[in-house]
Design a binder for this molecule. Structure first.
Ligand SMILES: Cc1ncc(COP(=O)(O)O)c(C=O)c1O
Length: 415
């Protein structure tokens, strides 16, 4: 069989292979702490489960409109109003099959073969592979702690070529958990407009941010709380409904609904009709049951649960960062969001030529901790970095830290 050439550029996630190996070790009786998985360890909140079951019982099993249930589009607009003080016309809200489905639509909408788009390295790999599928050329720009692991307008402008059409940023980002500062995000949106290009902002970890004062805030004031120099969404900065800024979001992470496959976009007014046509032809409509469940995810009782979980993630982040630093991993910037720490291997290991793939391999096989090597997220210093997901409870994180201490000692003894 001959398969299309474009498939050759798409690499398998090492994390998937790692997960398979972890499962095999578990089947053989080993206890494994899972810090490789990029999804919340919580089951969807009860109001979501109940709404999903009620949708099935009520027979909501048919297609919906390609753009999504009108009630859900409205509820998303209300969410921006209530939690981010932003007015969004529900007509600009498009419900999708996850943020992944949203990026497929945008890639089809915006990219001609050979067009370039600028992305940060390290970054979430599908955000470069999906545009690649449309024939585009993802340009990975190396970023480090000095720019908070994010693109900034200076860097993007310096790399903007005649073929560049736009930029894709994620805030908070995967794997670094870094959040774009308000001014930097505004400057990127201005650059996109000045270049007659576009800016895609992946806000899938929106809500999972941990401003310093989070734990001190009363529960009622927590909703949507972000640090003073940050914004909850780029839509706070870009008010023009036809500005070339596209927001990708999802019910997967903060709302804990990875398996329901529902996301959304907020798109410029002028793009809606074409996106509808693309969605109709690509997949007809997002899951009807998932959309009914997502409606409940935005209800007040569910939001209270999401906020409790946010606090739990914040506690875990604090514990993991402190523990990793004690073990002499490099965490030059405390990640402000998502549920990942992108840590640099202790210098002593690097000097001995241990790379992240070797480290993750031995950490799993010898010590029962699964983590993802940086090489899943790009090229820039990837072999020196490991992503730890704090999608395990505090007790398991403590256990992972103990096991890592033992692993580091074993590495030192072996050399
Ligand atoms: C940065 C980022 N964007 C998009 C996605 C896709 O998420 P989904 O398709 O579940 O909405 C992920 C999933 O891990 C992610 O980390």
């Amino acid at each position: 069989m001959r398969f299309a050439q474009r498939t050759e550029a798409i690499r398998a996630f090492q994390v998937m292979e790692l997960m398979d190996r972890a499962r095999k070790l578990e089947a053989g009786g080993m206890d494994v702490v899972h810090m490789e998985v990029g999804e919340p360890d919580f089951v969807s909140a009860d109001p979501i489960l109940e709404a999903g079951q009620a949708a099935i019982a009520a027979g909501h099993t048919g297609y919906t409109s390609a753009l999504g249930l009108p009630a859900l589009r409205q509820a998303v607009a209300d969410y921006y109003r209530d939690y981010h003080a932003v007015t969004v016309d529900p007509q600009r809200v498009v419900i999708t099959a996850g943020a992944s489905g949203a990026l497929m639509l945008l890639s089809a909408l915006l990219l001609e073969p050979g067009d370039e788009l600028l992305l940060a390295d390290p970054g979430y790999p599908c955000n470069r592979y999906i545009p690649l599928f449309a024939g585009a050329v993802p340009r990975l720009l190396p970023v480090g702690p000095d720019t908070a692991y994010q693109l900034d307008a200076g860097l993007a402008a310096a790399h903007w070529s005649g073929r560049t059409r736009g930029m894709l940023v994620a805030t908070p980002a995967n794997p670094t958990g870094s959040v774009l500062a308000r001014d930097d995000l505004a400057a990127l949106a201005e650059l996109a407009a000045a270049k007659q290009g576009w800016l895609l902002v992946d806000e899938i970890y929106q809500g999972l941010v941990y401003p310093a004062e989070l734990q001190a805030l009363p529960a009622a004031a927590q909703h949507g709380a972000v640090a003073a120099d940050r914004v909850g969404t780029v839509l706070e900065l870009v008010r023009d409904p036809d500005a070339p800024v596209f927001v990708l979001n999802s019910f997967s992470k903060y709302f804990g609904m990875t398996g329901w496959r529902i996301g959304w976009m907020v798109v410029p007014e002028s793009a809606v009709t074409l996106i509808e046509r693309l969605a109709q032809n690509f997949y007809i409509a997002p899951s009807s049951i998932g959309q009914h469940a997502a409606l409940a995810a935005l209800s007040e009782p569910a939001m209270v649960i999401h906020e409790q979980r946010r606090r739990a993630f914040c506690d875990r982040r604090n514990r993991l960062v402190a523990g990793l630093q004690q073990l002499e991993f490099g965490v030059p910037r405390v990640p402000e969001g998502a549920f990942y720490v992108y840590a640099e291997l202790p210098v002593a290991l690097q000097r001995r030529g241990i790379d992240s793939a070797t480290f993750c391999d031995r950490l799993l096989a010898g010590h029962g901790v699964a983590a993802t090597p940086g090489t899943d997220f790009g090229e820039y210093r990837a072999e020196a970095h490991v992503r730890f997901a704090y999608t395990a409870d505090i007790g398991r994180i403590d256990l992972a830290l103990e096991r890592m201490a033992a692993a580091l000692a074993a590495f030192t003894d072996a050399l």
